[in-house]
Design a binder for this molecule. Sequence first.
Ligand code: AMP
Length: 208
Amino acid sequence: MRIILLGPPGAGKGTQAKTITGELGIPHISTGDILRKAIEEKTPLGLKAKEYMDKGHLVPDDLMIDLIKERIKKKDCEKGFLLDGFPRTIPQAQALEELSPIDKVIKIKIENDVAIERLSGRRTCKRCGAMYHVIYIPPRKEGICDRCGEELIIRDDDREEAILKRLEVYRKETRPLIEYYRKKGLLAIIDGGRRKEEVTRDLLVSIK
Ligand code: AMP
């Protein structure tokens, strides 16, 4: 099964992707996570990507297409994969089509104000990437990751100015993909404004 998860920042794509890929036995490919790791390791890709990401801009298509091309060639993708954060533009979707067939595209829908509230309260573990929310998913000890004990931080792109920019970029660049995949008969839409478990259940029903 080759699946794409679409939706604005804050829709819960990453959280849902982690849960459902565990059930489906396919890798979760988050381009955002790959880029953040590249930044931490100060690789050439990381150094280039950082300036775009910190401002909430998209990393250029050619870099992203090369990255995905290499990733989905790997052996663990033989039985399928779930893409979270790719494609984000029409040229990326067109390039992906040349690389691999896609079985299903699922959009997780949420309102703008819910996205802003979720992103601005988000805290991320510096070491393991676990995510929390100051109100909805607080860690047991304030500012500390339950899983690994590392400090929680606010991602640079979860600061207010970058959040607004990311939502604007989503509307302009990524939303046209919904029509693109609808026309291909691949699209399902799920309401992401509900409890996490309800969203997971609907995702699994729509995939199986
Ligand atoms: P995410 O974790 O998916 O919200 O991604 C964080 C940031 O990484 C985005 O705001 C972009 O700057 C960059 N990024 C991730 N995936 C892509 C992509 N497919 N195309 C361009 N930029 C991307």
